[in-house]
Design a binder for this molecule. Sequence first.
Ligand code: NAD
Length: 490
Amino acid sequence: MPIAPTPPKLCYNEAIGLAIDRQLLARLVSRITLAPGAHEQIPVFAPFTATELGRIPAGRECDAEAAVAVARAAQPAWAALPFAGRARIFLRFHDLLLARQDEVLDLIQLETGKARRHAFEEILDTAVVARYYSRHAAHLLRPRRRKGALPLLTKTYELRSPIGVVGFIVPWNYPLNLAVTDAVPALMAGNTAVLKPDPQTSFTALWAVDLLLQAGLPAGVMPVVTGEGPVVGPAVGERVDYLMFTGSTRTGRLIARQAADRLIGCSLELGGKNPLVVLADADLEAAVDGATRGCFAGGGQVCVSMERIYVDQAIFQPFLAQFVERARNLKLGAALDYSVEMGSLTSGRQLATVEDHVRDALEKGATLQAGGRRRPDLGPYFYEPTILTGVRPGMKLYAEETFGPVVSVYAFATEEEALQLANDTPYGLNASVWTRNMRRGAQFAARIRAGSVNVNEAYAAAWGSVDSPIGGMKQSGLRPRHGAEGPSAG
Ligand code: NAD
């Protein structure tokens, strides 16, 4: 038995029972903007046990309407505040977030099933983004002098003004980070926001908004409407002035159609099938380490996760042997502390997709090198870190996003072949290349058709560089986030 399960800190049900603060959940639910009338309730299940964590109201069209009305009414006064006044709120939010991280780390883990170390990435990134825009938004959005039509006779200035109410529709995989980090620049630009989180992770999103209110965000600047995506999402999209969507390419197309019909702008941050390329001169140990993090962080449920690895044939065998060894020895578990290296998948739906993709590949002749099994002894949705070789076109794993701890490894003969394989995808979100020669790495990176390419890192280096815009090419998105592009979403 290669995977050593971590002894649980407490029996799972007991652990969840102890971790949930019912009063906190009730306070968070009271933050939801609701129109009058009775609401059906959506149960939220903790992936570690599939037991009920709490319930959130199933929003209706009238609730979305109420939330947008609240945000619209709050917008003029919010936009009238000077930048410094808005920045103070997000700096206080930054401090409060770091001080109270344990509370939300528990909540993120309970709603997503991810390991604490991966939940912590959300804290770090959210704090960094809040600080970056607090300090830089005024400069990024300043009026700029442009060349006039007739120099000396005309003067031309480019001014940036808020769009109005921005709708944020966000997924479950980074529930704190994605609820806040795109909203911060839009709010700094003087917009107000309506947030529609995924039903699976609404408590984390509500916690973040509750903390913003404690940091001084005026009521009404960021109302939250909860509920099922196909019900509440379009109702928000029908009323806001701009849509910022993060989620699947499938839903992204619906959002784009709605934005087109209404002639409003939209930003789309969508799926990927991200490649990691190991060149012959790479530091093998570092590449194995990077691949392990890049493929299995968050159980592979990270938009920028690696799902395809291409290795120079000269080092293919040693790379594969070391990578398989690392994957087999990752510590899986449900502990609400830093003792484990990979958590659970978030839902039965994710587990079904993962099992379907692996089964399909094996039936069509792929070879299993590691994993390939559920781990019900750890929790209902645990799945082992899984590595396959011999994956070919025609198998689901070859081209479709799996969004789980599953990766296919291939050998290549030349760099041109590696490049062609890396680019052989309808997606273009993130990529990674490993080499000891940074110049060679940068040249190779520039030829990959992806919104971000990390050299000697999997995803954190590019994602964490908040000063630089980042987004998807091809079917991975439209318009980037971060940097000066972030505020322009507002
Ligand atoms: P999803 O598209 O099913 O859901 C995302 C959000 O859209 C949720 O809030 C959901 O309730 C809502 N929604 C669902 N149907 C809707 C509809 N008809 N109209 C409006 N809103 C609707 O996405 P998912 O599968 O739950 O999330 C995982 C996907 O998100 C993966 O493909 C992943 O790659 C992607 N993702 C991308 C990024 C990025 O930055 N590019 C980040 C995180 C996740």
